[in-house]
Design a protein around this ligand. Structure first.
Ligand code: ADP
Length: 461
């Protein structure tokens, strides 16, 4: 683990509600290859804990939730609930989804009763329970309304009521506030916290997936950070700030900054970086292609210009807040800046390098040339370049590269990697791409430049 600031086991006296012991998860891709998503995750969830699970998008946070609730099976390792192996959906757990997941043809009341019906509760009991929950969650008067008549916030209230109706010991939430507007999300967060802190719900532990660091610090008393490709547990820290939390207090800002440092800095640890990339066998003994961050180059330019204007260094957390970017959106951009040697991130601060200054001060052609030189150092681009040069037509179908990438990443991730590579390569005039024919190709002025290529940089096609 890169950085574990403080032991977070605040309630170690109590036996764990959930134990994940050495859990790994592989997904079989359409080409029958396996991709390792979760790698050896060991995690205890104790009664009384409100845990926020942070990590880059696509890292495997939802997969952890599905495994903990028994909706998905680990490929290796064990999940115990109150000491017993979890085999199948856990009846003591309930899930709240980002997308509300309500049945449009059922009323509010019927949607809330669903979980109870599945548990075999008698109709009268179901009705009474649902009415109570609807009241608790602030939706009384809307029992007979259909989801389409409700605002997003009200729909998510139904989502909460439905999950809480079954008196879950473990409440799992998958980015429950991220589809809501700012004020609605803020109201729902504090209302849910009140229910939890005042023990008005029988829930014993909460596990919430989020991509918002502030949300995690605002709500959770324990914050877990996952890495990506594959997901490993890189930080587990306690958040002892007293409730109700004031986002403007210096303690709150300090805690957010701490988490930012961990989320942005975990891969500075050499060993961790190596394990994540070339040395980690994707399958068999073949080297893995290093994943590229999917940073937009226009955002990269904007960010670097802003930081240079401010003297060359700025606090990432402040930048994120000012640009209205969640860490999920900001990180790919800062990682791209680091990959291109345009900036360095350390201790939550971003500092523009000399090359970064050249980039900011240059015109569009200078910028393209800088990015082009940087891309030539990246195995994926060397691979693309080598393939295009080796063909008489200097053209190759996107699909071909997609197939290679799918041997290293999940289908979704492979597509994202390739689209990012295509965008970068086109910007830097390293190659062209025709969206109609889906061909990558070299134009005449690009075929002449020979690039020194190390044959072992990336896997042979
Ligand atoms: P997160 O919640 O952190 O965004 P997920 O747990 O949803 O991440 O997904 C992690 C990775 O696993 C992603 O690359 C996703 O494409 C892949 N994945 C998720 N579910 C499946 C599945 N059923 N089959 C194949 N790949 C999957």
């Amino acid at each position: 683990m890169a950085q574990i600031p403080a032991p977070a086991q605040v309630k170690t006296k109590q036996a764990a509600l959930v134990r994940m012991l050495g859990v790994s998860k592989m997904y079989v891709q359409p080409d029958n290859y396996d991709i390792l998503i979760l790698d050896d995750i060991t995690l205890d969830i104790h009664p009384g804990e409100f845990i926020a699970l942070l990590g880059p998008s696509g890292s495997g946070k939802s997969t952890v939730l599905r495994i903990v609730t028994g909706l998905s099976k680990p490929s290796f390792g064990t999940v115990l609930y109150r000491g017993r192996p979890v085999n199948g959906p856990n009846p003591h757990a309930a899930m709240v989804f980002q997308s509300f997941a309500l049945y449009p043809w059922l009323t509010v009341q019927q949607n809330v009763e669903l979980g109870l019906a599945a548990k075999g509760a008698a109709p009268a009991v179901r009705r009474e329970k649902a009415v109570k929950l609807i009241d608790l969650i602030g939706l009384n008067g809307y029992e007979d309304a259909f989801p389409k008549e409700l605002s997003g916030g009200m729909r998510q209230r139904v989502g909460f009521a439905r999950a809480l109706a079954v008196d879950p010991e473990l409440l799992c939430m998958d980015e429950p506030f991220s589809a809501l507007d700012f004020l609605t999300a803020e109201n729902l967060r504090s209302e849910l916290l009140d229910l939890w802190l005042e023990s008005r719900i029988p829930t014993q532990a909460v596990l919430m997936v989020t991509h918002g660091i502030e949300e995690a610090v605002y709500m959770a008393d324990r914050i877990i950070v996952l890495s990506k490709n594959p997901a490993r547990l890189v930080a587990d820290l306690a958040n002892h700030l007293p409730y109700p939390r004031n986002r403007k207090s210096s303690e709150f800002i300090h805690m957010v900054d701490q988490v930012y440092k961990i989320v942005t800095g975990w891969d500075e640890d050499e060993d961790e970086a190596v394990q994540l990339t070339e040395d980690a066998p994707a399958r068999g003994d073949r080297p893995r292609l290093r994943p590229i961050p999917y940073g937009h180059l226009s955002m990269l330019s904007g960010l670097l210009e802003l930081v240079v204007d401010r003297g060359g260094t700025d606090d990432l957390y402040r930048l994120g807040a000012e640009l209205f970017l969640e860490v999920d959106d900001l990180l790919p951009v800062t990682e791209t800046a680091e990959l291109f040697n345009l900036a360095e991130v350390s201790e939550g601060d971003l500092t523009v390098t000399a090359l970064g200054r050249q980039f900011v001060e240059g015109d569009v052609n200078d910028r393209k040339a800088i990015i082009r030189e940087q891309l030539r150092e990246i195995p994926l681009f060397r691979l693309i370049d080598r393939v295009l040069r080796s063909k008489a037509s200097h053209a190759m179908a996107k699909e071909f590269f997609n197939d290679i990438l799918e041997e290293h990443f999940s289908v979704e991730e492979a597509e994202r990697q390739l689209m990012t590579a295509i965008n970068w390569g086109r910007f830097a005039d390293l190659f062209h791409y025709d969206t109609d024919t889906e061909l990558l190709y070299l134009a005449d002025d690009q075929t002449g430049e020979m690039v020194p290529v190390a044959l072992n940089d990336a896997q042979e096609s």
